[in-house]
Ligand binder design. Sequence first.
Ligand SMILES: O=C(O)CCC(=O)C(=O)O
Length: 251
Amino acid sequence: MTILLEEHHILSFQQEGLIYLPQFLSKTELGELNEIVDRLQELSPTITPPLMYYSTSLKDQDKQIPLKLECFLDYYPAFRELINNTKINSIIGTLFKDEASLFEDKLVFNIEGTTGFGAHQDYTWFGWELFAKKYIVAHLAIDEATIENGCTEFSLNQHLKGKVGSTWRKDDLNSYTYTPYPMAPGDLIIYDAFLPHRSKPNLSRKRRCSLYLAFNRISEGDLRAKYFHYKPKITRHFLINRIKNILKPNL
Ligand SMILES: O=C(O)CCC(=O)C(=O)O
């Protein structure tokens, strides 16, 4: 479906920090993606693209379960076609008032037993701030997202504060008020990367897979290859600093 943004969408993005576009994908488009996602979920962990991550299940500490897949679009043309057909980047370009350049592509599987994500801003997560000044993220529901399976919750308006806290420190965001956003399969949320959000553990039996596409302004460069090249190093660097901070005695 091609959607043109109207004035109220743009206002909602500016004031609340997000736009909700229900039924962005048709049932046929979704059916095709669903089949691929079922297969992708079976991939083994990797350290080179496409990057597949696992985490420990909350339901069984001895079990590793698929968490997310990143940098995968070049290997799965159906997802590339989706971006081209739906013109997601031109919608985001309207919000940027500049051409949108894809920065990060990721599928978060959120299967039964996943822990969810603590309150954070995408901007201060994984070193995005090292690459560009502004990002906009498209979050497409592949499966139904409900309160029971831990749907994403947003802290509306709080993007206006810009960057809160330092990289990877999300404690400051825990005291904010969050609104759950249940989504039907095919619904799309476009949000500002400064907008704090979080999700609860998925203790239900139902998967809650979402596709995330983050964009930066083309005037800041085509940064995706560089980002995924440096991401493992950045991750290690920030993890080490975080551990050092935790271990540092309170003087
Ligand atoms: O769908 C979710 O659980 C939220 C994922 C998320 O916040 C993220 O990947 O930045």
